[in-house]
Write a protein that binds this ligand. Structure first.
Ligand code: NAX
Length: 327
């Protein structure tokens, strides 16, 4: 039997946490032969701590053979201790009338503190995946605090956007979902992100050649994917939770599966028109478990370049809002 992986999850009693933890414990994230210890971190709020107790009781009641321990804490130095994976979901939501700059700064404080503690106490091979919004910039902030862990270990999730785009292309063409490949998300996890449809394949053929409707691809397709989160809030009265948890399972599973090709927000080295040192969604190929290389060489036409310029501008603006915190 392999030794257990320690998986730290922040915001563990939140709605994404509630959909996620049971799947990690069942083996969906790290495989059916990989035991795990869940280290659950919540905000030091009585209601959240109490809710976390209930979640831990339910995890116990599932009798998952792979679940070898549960830590419940509101102390980051306990939650991240020796963690191999740190899944950062907990974040401050945008309140009524709150300015974007204030949201960025409030979350900046959380991610600076967590970045420092992770760097100090997590395992030598620790990997960090950020979901809490604004995910790309929160990830950049956490990574900025790391002196021991390399920046490539810090990724943010754009997989939900990739999954949404894949499904929309399959629905449009009436093919099975698995016939749609190589649809990658560039940029910010926000309505500005760009699903690069020109490189997607449907049954091995170029997606635009199969769909024969560039106006739909450039307009409604990009809009449906970009505004899907808002559409779910409008319909459900709450933000995406199960699909976000599922996307995080996919994000990590793909990152530990050599050869997997998928969209991840990673530190930009200036490729595809992104400023260096913003965290931007782009296609990666997993090399060894937990490590990846950016797939280079996709040609961007004028439309793609303009979309990337817009999402890059948003990332650069977000970075400017928090520059004084991370310098
Ligand atoms: P919830 O409000 O249900 O849960 C968040 C939990 O985090 C709460 O239990 C809260 O007590 C906890 N928390 C807050 N600050 C904390 C801290 N400093 N340390 C530990 N725990 C803390 O939100 P939920 O629906 O679970 O969403 C969580 C985050 O994911 C939000 O920021 C949300 O915007 C973001 N999302 C990101 C997505 C993505 O694709 N990157 C998609 C889904 C989701 O919108």
């Amino acid at each position: 039997m392999k030794s257990p992986l320690r998986v730290a999850v922040t915001g563990a009693a939140g709605q994404i946490g509630y959909s996620l933890l049971f799947r990690i414990a069942s083996g969906a994230m790290f495989g059916p032969d990989q035991p795990v210890i869940l280290q659950l971190l919540e905000a030091p709020i009585e209601k959240a701590i109490k809710a976390l107790e209930g979640v831990a009781m339910e995890l116990d009641d599932c009798a998952f053979p792979l679940l070898k321990g549960i830590v419940q804490t509101s102390d980051a130095s306990v939650g991240f201790k020796d963690a191999n994976w740190c899944l950062l979901i907990g974040a401050k939501p945008r309140g009524p009338g709150m300015e974007r700059a204030d949201l960025l700064k409030d979350n900046g404080k959380i991610f600076i503190a967590q970045g420092q503690v992770i760097d100090a106490v997590a395992a030598a091979d620790a990997r960090v995946a950020v979901v809490g919004n604004p995910a790309n910039t929160n990830c950049m902030i956490a990574a900025s605090q790391a002196k021991r862990l390399p920046a490539e270990r810090f990724t943010a999730m754009v997989r939900l956007d990739q999954n949404r785009a894949q499904t929309q292309l399959a629905k449009k063409t009436g093919v099975d979902l698995t016939a749609v490949q190589d649809i990658f998300i560039y940029g910010n996890h926000s309505p500005t992100m760009f699903p690069a449809f020109a490189h997607a394949k449907i049954n091995g053929q170029s997606a635009p050649a199969v769909i024969k409707d560039d106006a739909w691809l450039q307009g409604p397709f990009c809009e449906i994917v970009g505004k899907r989160g808002a559409a779910i809030i409008a319909a459900r009265g709450a933000s995406s939770a199960a699909s976000a948890a599922n996307a995080l399972v996919d994000h990590v599973r793909s990152l530990v599966t050599p050869g997997a090709v998928h969209s991840v927000a990673v530190k930009s080295e200036g490729r595809y028109g992104f400023d260096a040192n913003v965290w931007a969604g782009m296609p990666v190929r997993t090399t060894t478990p937990g490590s990846y290389e950016v797939i280079t060489g996709y040609e961007m036409d004028a439309f793609a370049q303009s979309k990337i310029a817009a999402t890059n501008k948003e990332l650069v603006d977000e970075r400017a809002f928090v520059a004084d915190m991370i310098s």
